[in-house]
Write a protein that binds this ligand. Structure first.
Ligand code: GDL
Length: 479
């Protein structure tokens, strides 16, 4: 048995540590295995206070790396050539020191791909100068990211390198060579432009880009891969072995399983899952690119730790239980009423994973479906369970808005609000349906206007092109 601890931020930014126990037998990570979190999403970067809380979670989940790659840090990507100001570099230095205190490696990533001229000596020097600035604060671990960029090379680069893969790989090799010259330990990760199976054309094994990368990139450089998709429901051993053979190395998983930057209505509080335990032997690391709301990432981090350290076949259910038990202590509320563990689980079941709801949310959806499909006379016990869930959601909402940890509340707030309004809307529909048991008249809930009528441009398009549950669009226009 090994111990983990929960670290929560108090209002003044200091940390409290409480001992908790992991379930199951544990392995420790191999020293050269990279495991942790990449702050690699679009949107507002985390604050340094949030990052420090996260470092505590990483440390106590037995993970070893934090990678700094916020897409919207101007100087990480759009203005990558610009050096950090004194204040900015001091903040990065403080983060590096904080990582060291938590026994984590602080890895700095740069993403020059939007406009770099690979054949320009000035740009190559700008890249080195920028990394040299970050090296000056003691950082030794770096990443060069070429995700989400235009695939085409400009004519000068094409003449010099022939292809995007060659241009990127040669740049990475030269950087690695330069970084190694000091004879200090150093590492370099690389994110390709083709970073998942779906992007590989015509297939992973036949992708010229990936094959070239595998052939040119120095073997010491770790290559990121997100699985068969950008957000992969499941990642098979076969798919990883296939890409490893092409890349000529075990990839580092950049796992978007808990990312939510692509859809503002989602939050992912479910356990790390969909990856067989044997996958650990086929990769050289895994970095989770999680929810934009830092405070919401406790369960993802804790369960990633469980997955990595469990000796036998990983059991996401047991890891989920352990994470919820550990997280529960952060939910102290002001006033006489306190959150119940079952209510925290209910919240996480509703905000679970990109391709799945948790058990209680699935049950509630089934109940709603039954109520919609059957006449009220046949509802029986389903209606009672439906009302019990509604009660639990409303109670949970009332307590959570009184949370002492306001950052945690604000991370959850939009989702809680959405859930509460949806539950109230459904309740109104049930009342209305009982009054109209015979025919399906139109239900116009004027008191729930804001929820019943989803706002915004995307919602307007959704009404024109409704999407089914596998993502196919079906226009509403009559034939
Ligand atoms: C991506 C981006 C990542 C983003 C994620 C989810 C990679 C390599 N890049 O494609 O920054 O957060 O999707 O939207 O995953």
């Amino acid at each position: 048995m090994a111990c983990a601890a929960v670290v929560t931020a108090s209002q003044d930014g200091t940390h409290q540590t409480d001992k908790q126990t992991f379930t199951g037998e544990m392995n420790s990570l191999a020293p050269d295995f990279t495991a942790g979190v990449i702050e690699g999403f679009y949107g507002r970067p985390w604050t340094d206070t949030e990052r420090r809380v996260l470092f505590g979670w990483l440390r106590h989940a037995g993970l070893n790396t934090y990678m700094y790659a916020p897409k919207d840090d101007l100087k990480h990507r759009v203005a990558w050539r610009e050096r950090y100001s004194r204040d900015e570099i001091e903040r990065l230095a403080a983060l590096n020191r904080a990582c060291r205190r938590f026994h984590l490696s602080f890895c700095y990533a740069i993403a020059p791909g939007l406009d770099i001229r690979f054949s320009s000596a000035t740009d190559q020097i700008a890249l080195r100068n920028k990394l040299e600035q970050v090296r000056s604060i003691g950082c030794r671990d770096f990443a060069l990211l070429f995700d989400d960029i235009p695939a085409r090379l400009n004519p000068a680069d094409r003449r010099r390198f022939g292809s995007a893969a060659a241009a990127q790989a040669n740049t990475a090799n030269a950087l690695f060579q330069w970084m190694s010259e000091t004879r200090e330990r150093t590492s370099l990760f690389f994110c390709p432009t083709v970073y998942c199976g779906a992007m590989a054309s015509p297939a992973v094994t036949k992708s010229t880009y990936l094959r070239e990368l595998g052939a040119i990139l120095r073997p010491e450089i770790g290559v990121f891969w997100t699985g068969p998709q950008i957000v992969s429901n499941a990642i098979s051993l076969r798919s990883i072995r296939e890409v490893a053979a092409v890349l000529k190395r075990r990839p580092v998983l950049w796992d978007n399983s808990h990312a939510n930057d692509y859809d503002m209505r989602r939050l992912h509080l479910g356990p790390y899952s969909g990856r067989p335990a044997a996958l650990r032997g086929e990769i050289s690391g895994v970095l989770l690119n999680p929810n934009r709301q830092c405070a919401a990432n406790f369960v993802p981090v804790h369960t990633l730790g469980s997955w990595l350290r469990a000796r036998r076949t990983a059991l996401p259910g047991a890891a989920y239980d352990a994470a919820l038990r550990a997280w529960f202590r952060a939910f102290e509320a002001f006033g006489p009423r306190h959150l119940r563990r079952t209510e925290l689980r209910l919240l996480c079941d509703f905000c679970y994973l990109p391709f799945r709801f948790g058990p209680q949310a699935r049950q509630y959806l089934n109940d709603i479906h039954r109520l919609i499909c059957a006449p009220p006379a046949r509802w029986g016990g389903v209606e009672r369970r439906f009302h019990a869930t509604r009660e639990a959601v409303l109670r949970m909402f009332d307590i959570l808005v009184r949370l002492r940890d306001r950052d945690l509340l604000h991370a959850l707030y939009p989702y809680l609000w959405d859930l509460k309004e949806t539950v109230l809307l459904l309740e109104a529909w049930v009342r209305w349906r009982k009054k109209h048991p015979a025919a399906y008249a139109r239900f116009c809930p004027t008191e729930f206007f804001s929820v019943a009528f989803r706002g915004g441009f995307a919602a307007a398009v959704e009404r024109l092109l409704p999407m089914d549950n596998v993502g196919c669009l079906n226009p509403t226009a009559e034939e």
